[in-house]
Design a protein around this ligand. Sequence first.
Ligand SMILES: [Zn+2]
Length: 198
Amino acid sequence: MSLSPDDILNLFRDCGAVLQGHFRLSSGKHSDTYFEKFQVLQHPHYVQQLCGELAKRFRRDSVEVVVGPTTGGVIIAYEVARQLGTRAVYAEREGDRRVLRRGFTLHEGERVLVVDDILTTGGSVREVLEMLEPYRVQVVGVGVLVDRAGGLVDLGVRTEALLQLLVQAWEPQACPLCLRNEPITEPGSRFLQTKPTP
Ligand SMILES: [Zn+2]
């Protein structure tokens, strides 16, 4: 069975993962739409289906290791790797960069696939690509479930998205929802550990 972009969108909607409101995204931009991906990722059955689609796109690329950034990317990397029969390693946050911990290592020339759940500005994936540079691996591509930047983010490598949407996001000073004084939500967990915003 193959999942079309419409199937993917319906799956996210049916799981309650597409939220409408006023959100501060992890990129710092504001948006009226937020993908609460864990509403989908809590269902291993859906994760298996979605990652099966990603695995299919890279089946012929002789992938040896799948790398995903914490937190959602860990689940995606694990399942894509399981379906491709490869290792999975996880890129954890350290300040403003990503690192491999837990004894994970990569070998020069290894064929690496980078995966993540939602691509917004490409920030997390870029951090992973930068982390990979000193390892001198071959990055075969990037695979994401949803590209909410509508294909406008250029990561410099082949990028596959199961669903591509252009969802509006604004710099805070240009946000129409802020202008209307709509209360803002900071979804996700990354903000729990940061300083309170002034
Ligand atoms: Zn705003």
